[in-house]
Design a protein around this ligand. Sequence first.
Ligand SMILES: Nc1ncnc2c1ncn2[C@@H]1O[C@H](COP(=O)(O)OP(=O)(O)O)[C@@H](O)[C@H]1O
Ligand SMILES: Nc1ccn([C@H]2C[C@H](O)[C@@H](COP(=O)(O)OP(=O)(O)O)O2)c(=O)n1
Length: 230
Amino acid sequence: MSEVPVLTLDGPSGSGKGTIASRVARTLGWHLLDSGALYRLVALGAARRGIPMEDEAALADYALQMDVVFEVQPDSGEVLAKLDGEAVGDAIRTEQCGNDASKVAALGPVREALLQRQRDFRRPPGLVADGRDMGTTVFPDAGLKIYLTASAEVRAERRYKQLKEKGISASVADLFREIAERDARDTERRSSPLKPATDALVLDTSSLDINQVVDQVLEQCRERFDVNVR
Ligand SMILES: Nc1ncnc2c1ncn2[C@@H]1O[C@H](COP(=O)(O)OP(=O)(O)O)[C@@H](O)[C@H]1O
Ligand SMILES: Nc1ccn([C@H]2C[C@H](O)[C@@H](COP(=O)(O)OP(=O)(O)O)O2)c(=O)n1
């Protein structure tokens, strides 16, 4: 078993995983795995190559050989992805790409193809891994597992504000429907469905702000890991 400590943050869309994972990883000085970005990159790369979303074998093959580089921006901490040598920008952040990612992620062979790539992110001094099955399947021996959640209404409202800030128009009602559909697909699939690990700490963030969630997660990290953070 690897000695490198891992914190897993799993949960449904809009629960705050990405935001909290990036803040906590920066504070701890640990590496970051945005596993959802990998599924989004499979969906984007496959669409660009004309691979049909039903062709499991071709999708898994692409997931195995796609060339992905994540570059952390030193100032903002923002992570930029390069796929097959090209910066993808916001193309992987659209709701369409998220929905396509959720579809390719339901395919067992695609999940299998991404498993080792995700585990390779575990490097000293530690890893914060964000996704759906980080605590259940990818890092079952993680030292701390947190399952973030929030009501679907709150999550749709957060997504609405996030899109508005980016200048993208959307309706809360459509976002709510998409979130409910994605929740259903992610929790009902057979291969590594979205659910809290039996040893995960469940944190409902519906009435917490970002700083409150970061503080609670860091508090748990201080208790579980040999870290010295304020
Ligand atoms: N606890 C929170 N309170 C309010 N807004 C939040 C909270 N956590 C995240 N957000 C905001 O909600 C949006 C979605 O968060 P994000 O981290 O992308 O979620 P996820 O990765 O789970 O889909 C972002 O705009 C983020 O700033
Ligand atoms: N570990 C993971 C991460 C993401 N997925 C799938 C399921 C999700 O609906 C999509 C997109 O994930 P992502 O975390 O980027 O999406 P959100 O930011 O939560 O909306 O990928 C997965 O099945 N397993």
